[in-house]
Design a protein around this ligand. Structure first.
Ligand SMILES: Cc1cc2nc3c(=O)[nH]c(=O)nc-3n(C[C@H](O)[C@H](O)[C@H](O)COP(=O)(O)OP(=O)(O)OC[C@H]3O[C@@H](n4cnc5c(N)ncnc54)[C@H](O)[C@@H]3O)c2cc1C
Length: 370
């Protein structure tokens, strides 16, 4: 059998792509090297922030509008809550680029972003000259529940999903793409590669990608005392990236306490390092000491992988050497999860029409050669 499309990697982006293609009546095969949801990729750790006042670039905002609609559709179809709209607080010095760019995206697209006094966030101890902003149409998603829901709904719409099938190589033969796993060979008209941190084992991209190790920590006690507390971002002067965190999520599997971390490129992924290495412990304990009133200690750790592109923007495109038959989605650079439904739509469009009406042209490979 020749499938309309094969999707390599049924993680975040791949599960949504299988769902979109199957829902549109395409014969789709998803191949996943592990199980649906596992700790080896980029998608575990209980929660992911979703927000619209995008400080990374305002061009993402229209994609986010579509992503929000996609999350709602998936919640309705699967009957599962995936999004908790608790809001997101931004803290930083006046003029800090994260705050300035979030405001600029909010203004450009008339998104709600409200200035609040520090007393609005009583659990935090913040420098008196800092600004506090609240984005009410933000919150967090459960990546584990979302990927399972996408995979289940994809199968419900007719997708075939095979787990424990590691793709070893691929080849274009005329109008077909041939994909070989350790066990079998499959054929399709189009191939979508959503292999996350493992992409370099499958194809050579003409642009560099860096896989880095990221740490997540949970405090032993809950600093907020309410699951309705907003997610937060701290843009500290002189520190690269941002610190971020979540309210305690008692309704989701995983550790209790406040989950938090440091979003920045980080160090290259080296397997088998212990979790919570001393340098990271020092950094994250410093965040607890500097910015929270209560005495907090770290109770649990987890690690996860980022796949960075050179400019920290996503890469969604055909691979030039494969004659419009192989599509790649990579370089999500630690901020891709909130976009999952719209990435699935875009990749399904590229499979079906070789183009998309979503304004995603700024994420093409061509930007690196201009
Ligand atoms: C600690 C951390 C915090 C984050 N926080 C946020 C956040 O708050 N908000 C946000 O929007 N984003 C966040 N992200 C980013 C987001 O989670 C990622 O961008 C997203 O999960 C990447 O999805 P993916 O599909 O590329 O990778 P994955 O979800 O890892 O999926 C790739 C899949 O491909 C499979 N695969 C690979 N190679 C093969 C092969 N040869 N054969 C078969 N299968 C294969 C893998 O096993 C895997 O299942 C965070 C990421 C991390 C690590």
């Amino acid at each position: 059998m020749v499938f309309d499309a094969i999707v390599i990697g049924v993680g975040s982006m791949g599960a949504a792509t299988c769902y979109q293609l199957a829902k549109r009546g395409q014969r789709v095969l998803g191949l996943e090297q592990f199980g649906i949801v596992h700790d080896e990729g980029s998608h575990t750790g209980q929660s992911r922030i979703i927000r619209k006042a995008y400080f990374e670039h305002p061009d993402y905002v229209p994609l986010l509008e579509s992503a929000y609609a996609g999350w709602q559709t998936l919640e309705e179809e699967s009957g599962t809550q995936l999004y908790w709209p608790v809001g997101l607080a931004y803290f930083g010095e006046p003029g800090n680029p994260v705050l300035v760019e979030a405001q600029s995206s909010a203004q450009a697209y008339q998104l709600p972003l409200e200035r609040k006094p520090p007393s609005y966030f009583p659990s935090f101890q913040l420098p008196t000259d800092w600004e506090c902003w609240l984005e009410p149409e933000a919150g967090y998603l459960s990546p584990e529940l979302a990927i399972r829901a996408f995979a289940q709904m994809a199968q419900h719409h007719g997708a075939e999903i095979r787990t424990q099938q590691r793709v070893m190589d691929l080849e274009v033969a005329g109008t077909e793409v041939v994909v070989r796993t350790e066990q079998e060979e499959f054929k399709a008209r189009k191939l979508v590669i959503t292999a996350g941190a493992f992409i370099k084992d499958l194809v050579n991209l003409s642009v560099p990608l860096q896989v880095t190790r990221q740490y997540l920590a949970w405090t032993e006690t809950d600093p907020f005392g309410t699951p309705e507390a907003p997610c937060w971002v701290i843009a500290e002067p002189g520190t690269p990236g941002i610190y971020y965190g979540f309210p305690q999520t008692e309704h989701l599997p995983g550790p209790r306490g406040m989950k938090f971390g440091h979003h920045r490129p980080g160090d290259e992924w080296i397997p088998h390092l212990p979790d919570g290495i001393p340098a990271e412990t020092k950094v994250l304990n410093g965040v607890l000491d500097r910015y929270f009133h209560r005495d907090l200690t770290i109770g649990e750790w987890a690690t996860c992988k980022y796949t960075y592109s050179e400019d920290e923007h996503f890469i969604l495109d055909f691979l030039p050497e494969y004659n419009q038959q192989v599509i790649v989605a990579t370089g999500f650079s630690g901020h891709g999860f909130k976009f999952v439904p719209v990435i699935g739509e875009i990749l399904a469009d590229l499979v079906q029409k070789e183009s998309t009406e979503h304004p995603a042209g700024f994420l093409g490979l061509g930007r690196f050669s201009r």
